[in-house]
Every structure is written in C-alpha cells, then in structure tokens.
Design a protein around this ligand. Structure first.
Ligand code: NAP
Length: 681
C-alpha cells in the first residue's frame, strides 16, 4: 500500500504530498500516509449545499432507500478488497467482519427501514392531524423535511467502515449530504471503502465527501441547517460540543463518547447454572473481540462477593486459551490494538487502574504474540483486574482503558450492584445475567436510567442473543452522561435526527396537499369511476367513494356469530346486553368491518391486487340492530417502493382511509386499509 491517502472534497481527490505515516498495528510497517495539503473546507461545505442537496432532493425517500440497497449489494461483492487491508488495523477476520459486513448489514437494514417506513416524496407526515376547531376547518399536524444542510460525521478509529456507514445510511436516506472525517490512524480503510462507494456510481454528486487528517476550520463553516455527529473520547466530545460556531448557530451536535459499560451477575445465579458460564463467556468475548476496542465492551464486571473467586477462576481459564498474534496465522483469536499510540494509551491507563485494583491476569508486559514480526506490533494481553474498593469513586468507574481490559468488582446485594453500575456516570450498555424475572423487572428500570441499552441474558435468550456488545440498526445506540448523551441508530428514529420537524396549521384540504396524505375533513374527489378500478399512477390522494347504506339486522348478528363462532354475550345475550353500558345487543366489530368491505369493494378483477392489512383500527361507537351504516373510502397515501408483483408487474402501495358512519352521522369504525395496486405501464 504505502500510498498517500486523499480527501475527496468538492468532487475531486486532494492530496499528493505525504504527511503523517500510518503504521500497521501488526508489525509497525508504514501502510499509508495522511496528506499534507490543507483542504478548502468553505468550498467543500458550499459544494455539499449547492450540489449535494439538490442532487439528493432529485430523489425521494423511497428512491434513496433503493440506492442504499444497491450500494450494499455493490459493496458486498467487493468486500474482499476491504478485508485485504483491514488486518493492518490489528483486526482478526471476525473483527473485520463486524466492521465490513456489519457496516454493510446496516446499509441493508436502513434500505429496508426506508422502504417500509418512509413515504414517497420528501415530506414525512407525523400524523394524525389534530382538529383545532369545532367544525374541523382548521387543524394542526407535524411534518419532517430534509434540513437542506450538510452533516459532518467525525468518527473513532475502531470501526473505520461500520462507524462511517451507520451514520451515512440514515443521513443519506434523510436527503442530507455528508462530510466524513474518520480517525486518522485507520483512515486508510475508510478511504478504500469511500473509493468503492464513489466508484459504484450510485451516489449523487456531493452526497459524500471525505476528509483525511485534520478538520482545520471545517466546523467554522457550519450553519443552523447543518448537523455534527461525533464518536470518540469524552474529552474530544467535551471540546467539540462547545465549539463557538456550533453554539452560535445552534448546530445540533450528537456525541457517542467512551463508556464504562458493565455486566452484572445477579445473586440468584450459582456456578452450577448455565447462566454462570454464559456470563463468563460474554465477558471474555467482550474483552477479546476487536482486542477490546469496542465502545460497548464490558469494562466493569460486577458480581456478588461470594462469586468473585469463581468468576475470576473461570475467566482466567478462558482468557488463557486466547491466542494473540498475527490474525493471518492459524488459531489466532485476538489481534493487535489499532496503533502503537493506542498501545501506549492502554498501557498507561492500566497503570492508572492499578492504583485502585490488583492485577489478576495479563498486564502490559504479558503479551507474547504469534508471528514473525509481531514483536513490533501493538499487541496487548487480555488483562483482568480486581477492584480493591468497588464503592470508591474513580478507578474503574472513571478510567477507560480502550483495549482488552476489564475490572472485576464485588457487591453485597443487588441494590449495591445497581449503585456500582451507575458509578459509570452513564454508559452505552449493561448486561444483566439472571434467571429471576422478578429481579430483572426491578433491576432493569434502575439500570435504564443510566444506560442506553440493557441486555438481559439467560439460558432462554442465549441461543439467539446478539450479544452485549453489538449495536443493532433497529435499536437505539447511545447512552446518557459520560457516554455522550447522544442517540444513533434505532430504526427510522435515526433518519429523523437529520430531518427538521415543523408544526403546520391550516385547513384539512391544505394539510392534505402539503403532507401528501389525505387529512379527514379535507376536500375529496368523487367520480363515476370506482377508486379500486384505477391504477396506481392514475389514483389521486383524496379520491373517494361514499357507499350505499345497509341496515343491520338481528339475522346479521346471528349469521356472523355462527360463521365466526363468536357468540360473545354482547351479541347474543339479551339480558346481559341490556345490563351492559350499551343497554342493548350490538353487532360484532368485525361484522362492521366485513359489512363495510362489502359496501365499498368493486368485486371484478381490477388493479387492486391484495389487501395486506389494517392500521389504526378503532371501533368508536356501537352498532345496534336497526342501525344503518355506510362507508367512505378515500385514497389516503401512495407509496412507490419500485417493486413488482410476483409475475413481474410494477405495483405500488396504497393506504385507504375508511370511515364507517351510522344514520346519525356518527363514526362507528375508523381505520386504514393497506393494498397493493398495479401500475398502468
Ligand atoms: P478521539 O481521540 O476522541 O478521536 C475521535 C475523532 O475525533 C477522530 O476522528 C479524531 O481525529 C477527531 N478529533 C480529535 N480531536 C479533534 C478536534 N479538535 N477537532 C475535530 N476532530 C477531532 O477518540 P479515538 O481515540 O479515535 O477513539 C477512541 C474513543 O472513542 C474511546 O474512548 C471509545 O470509547 C470511543 N468510542 C465511542 C463509541 C460510541 O459509539 N460511543 C464508538 C467508538 C469509540 P484524529 O484521529 O485525526 O485525531
């Protein structure tokens, strides 16, 4: 390798002159150089706003979701190019899998989230609209729109690809261009990945820029529409959070900082239980995966005093089997720290931890890595410490050794364990290993106040547990306090982080037009053509049908009861029904639904292919014998996911608003029906 890395800014690669040498964590040889040239960040930010924003806005949420999926497929086919470089970061193949394929899985996952949960167009309606007047001529609702600015993502060194992609995916979906600044020490891997992403031709111009090296005056260029996200140490987060320009312009700043995560062995688990081994295994895995350089790794191992010895023994037995060395060699289970600087940092922090703890296993000079040149690598032995006074402030509750290092500490009862967990002052994740659901119900809310995620592990969950240390795209990642106070991932929540939420007030007709979603009370369009006979592309939001009427009879109740087998007393017991809150027998809610379908469907073969569900169903008023009902069916929302039916015909999703009313104009049932509708072409 050994080339000079380049930044990609304002649509060109910048950097010819070598500067800082970036060394392989395995053998100290130079892998690449950062570049010397100072980028023009005013130009880069301007390019993102002027070119990136319109190019992204030329697509809608659904189209961007499709691009993300195509990008994930493109990268998946080329993943070996990244594995070929990744080992220089000290990673084993399975560590790199988390970074490379975990990053790609996040892209896939966000493609799915976008397809399922975001609309066509570039306005998200966070409904339902709220009537603000008695006649429903004035209503309020919320919309979310792309911010029109640029996102600057500053990342830590430990996951050069996943760290970038988990931020890029929701940003891209939200229609926001981003400038990515990886940590310099492992930026050669991010650069290789960005080159592939750009080569794919799938990214609109200006939607992705890359900075190698320092951000210089980048943050000075930002304005209120922009966003900064940061992953790294609490110290850097504290510095950047108060950047004068970010404060002046109220630029949102999301931080994921370091975290003293814990695992608690509950008092009910004895060394004979399967859960005891699960606990030990989880701790050992977290210590050694990625050589402990995971923001989520278990740093504090909290166990009852009477189990300290047994846990220490079994942990040491496991750790002593971990072969450390060059990951290309057979049998090696743990690689090196990401850089020699990182080695020095971990060694000095272990030294600091030793002032409040004993060394049980490992230590700064205990590593004898396999491999010819490994002596020159940044290898650190798995290191287990024992806290002398767990309740004392500081020590393991304050010092993060970002490597294969954990501190064992004892507690007297579960309340004390929870106090110890909170001493981390806010963490990303806690694992609780217990067999006792009553204990879990008591402990988890207490843990939740201090943690972004709580992982409860027992023998039932173990076969499918994704583990303590794995942030998942669909679950929130981020913790309070020291962990940065930020939130990432968590499904569509992360996309919304990059959108502006605005309250909109107006008539239902105006709100329908603005949100692209029919709002009750707004104008509807009726014609002689039944809406079910229109193709997806012909249908207009607001297109509507008011059905004929039907009087509900006792025979309807009896027939429906016999057909469904539902002989609930409210439908069949005259006396009980009379004594109930309704004072009479009423129709089954599901009969009302079925009757409404009978009123509004257009039975002949047509463009509506399938009904795949109902949303927001409410039975609002009872329907009694003799009541007369009718239904209004209105096209509420159209989503073009770019999909085809199994026989290859293009189709879209249509949600229909259904309102069933009685002879007094009262709504008796309200819901959305979800259908698949053919396109005409
Ligand atoms: P770091 O030293 O704080 O650096 C993080 C990033 O900030 C790097 O890209 C770094 O760039 C950049 N940076 C540093 N000073 C800056 C400044 N003045 N202006 C702009 N950017 C600046 O952290 P690290 O050593 O890379 O990462 C290790 C730490 O990250 C650990 O403490 C770990 O717990 C934490 N972490 C947290 C999470 C999480 O999700 N919570 C995930 C991973 C890691 P340079 O490399 O060029 O200095």
């Amino acid at each position: 390798m050994s080339q000079t890395l380049q930044s990609f800014l304002a649509n060109r690669w910048i950097g010819e002159q070598p500067a800082l040498a970036l060394k392989s964590a395995l053998n100290g040889e130079v892998v690449a150089f950062a570049h010397h040239e100072k980028p023009d960040f005013a130009e880069a930010v301007d390019f993102a706003r002027r070119r990136g924003v319109p190019a992204l806005m030329a697509l809608d949420f659904q189209q961007r979701a499709q691009r993300l999926k195509a990008l994930a497929l493109y990268l998946a086919e080329r993943k070996e190019q990244l594995y070929a470089i990744s080992h220089h970061t000290g990673a084993t193949r399975s560590d790199s899998w988390i970074d490379i394929e975990g990053g790609n899985a996040t892209l896939f996952s966000y493609a799915g989230i976008g397809t399922r949960e975001l609309p066509s167009g570039n306005v998200v309606h966070e409904g339902p609209a709220i009537p603000l007047g008695k006649q429903n001529r004035f209503a309020g609702t919320h919309i979310l729109v792309p911010r029109g600015g640029v996102a600057v993502h500053i990342n830590a060194f430990n996951f050069p690809i996943w760290g970038m992609l988990e931020k890029f995916a929701p940003t891209f979906l939200a229609g926001m261009p981003c400038i990515i600044k990886p940590a310099t020490s492992t930026s050669y891997l991010t650069e290789a990945s960005v080159r592939l992403m750009l080569e794919s031709g799938l990214l609109p111009e200006g939607s992705l820029q890359l900075v190698i090296g320092s951000t210089h005056d980048l943050l000075d260029q930002l304005q209120g529409q922009d966003v900064v996200t940061f992953t790294g140490s609490a110290d850097t987060a504290a510095k950047l959070r108060v950047h004068p320009n970010l404060i002046r312009n109220s630029v949102p700043f999301n931080a994921e900082a370091d975290s003293l995560n814990c695992a608690i062995l509950a008092p009910d688990v004895t060394p004979e239980h399967e859960e005891f081994d699960l606990f030990v295994k989880e701790v050992a895995k977290e210590m050694t995966t990625k050589a402990g350089q995971k923001c989520t790794a278990i740093r504090r191992v909290i166990v009852p005093y009477n189990r300290v010895e047994a846990v220490a023994e079994r942990l040491q037995a496991r750790l002593s089997k971990v072969i450390v060395g060059d990951p290309s060699l057979e049998g090696v289970r743990m690689g090196a720290l990401a850089s020699h600087d990182q080695y020095d940092d971990v060694a000095s922090r272990v030294e600091a931890l030793l002032s409040s703890s004993e060394l049980l296993f490992g230590g700064a000079n205990a590593c004898h890595p396999l491999g010819d040149k490994s002596a020159r690598g940044a290898f650190f032995a798995p290191t287990l410490l024992l806290s002398r006074d767990p309740l004392a402030e500081g020590g393991a509750h304050d010092i993060e050794a970002f490597g294969p290092v954990s501190t064992l500490m004892g507690y007297t009862d579960i309340d004390e364990a929870l106090v110890l967990a909170a001493r981390g002052k806010g963490s990303l994740v806690a694992t609780l290993v217990t067999r006792d659901s009553v204990l879990a119900a008591k402990a988890v809310p207490a843990l939740a106040a201090w943690h972004g995620r709580v992982h409860v592990l027992d023998a039932e969950a173990a076969p499918e547990s994704t583990g303590h240390g794995s942030p998942l795209p669909m679950l929130k990642h981020g913790g309070p306090g020291r962990a940065g106070g930020g939130e990432e991932l968590g499904g569509v929540r992360a996309v919304k982080h990059y959108l502006q939420r605005t309250a909109v007030q107006g008539s239902p007709t105006m709100l329908s037009a603005i949100t692209g979603e029919f709002v009750r009370g707004g104008s509807v369009y009726e014609s002689s053509v039944h809406p079910f006979r229109r193709y997806f592309d012909e249908l207009k939001v607001g297109e509507s049908l008011l059905t004929h009427r039907r009087t509900v009879t006792e025979a309807d109740l009896v027939n429906f009861g016999c057909l469904s087998g539902d002989h609930f007393y409210m439908h069949f017991d005259e006396i009980a029904a009379r004594e109930s809150q309704f004072g009479k027998r009423i129709a089954h809610g599901y009969f009302v639904l079925s009757a409404a379908a009978g009123l509004f469907v257009s039975p002949g073969i047509g463009p509506v292919l399938a009904n795949y569900g109902l949303d927001t169903l409410r039975f609002i008023n009872p329907v009694g014998i003799g009541d007369t009902i009718h239904a209004r069916l209105t096209c509420k929302r159209k989503i073009d996911q770019g999909k085809k039916s199994p026989d290859g015909k293009p189709q879209g999703v249509v949600a229909w608003d259904v309102e069933v009313t009685n002879q007094n104009g009262e709504v008796v049932a309200s819901y959305d029906i979800l259908t698949l509708v053919l396109k005409s072409e």
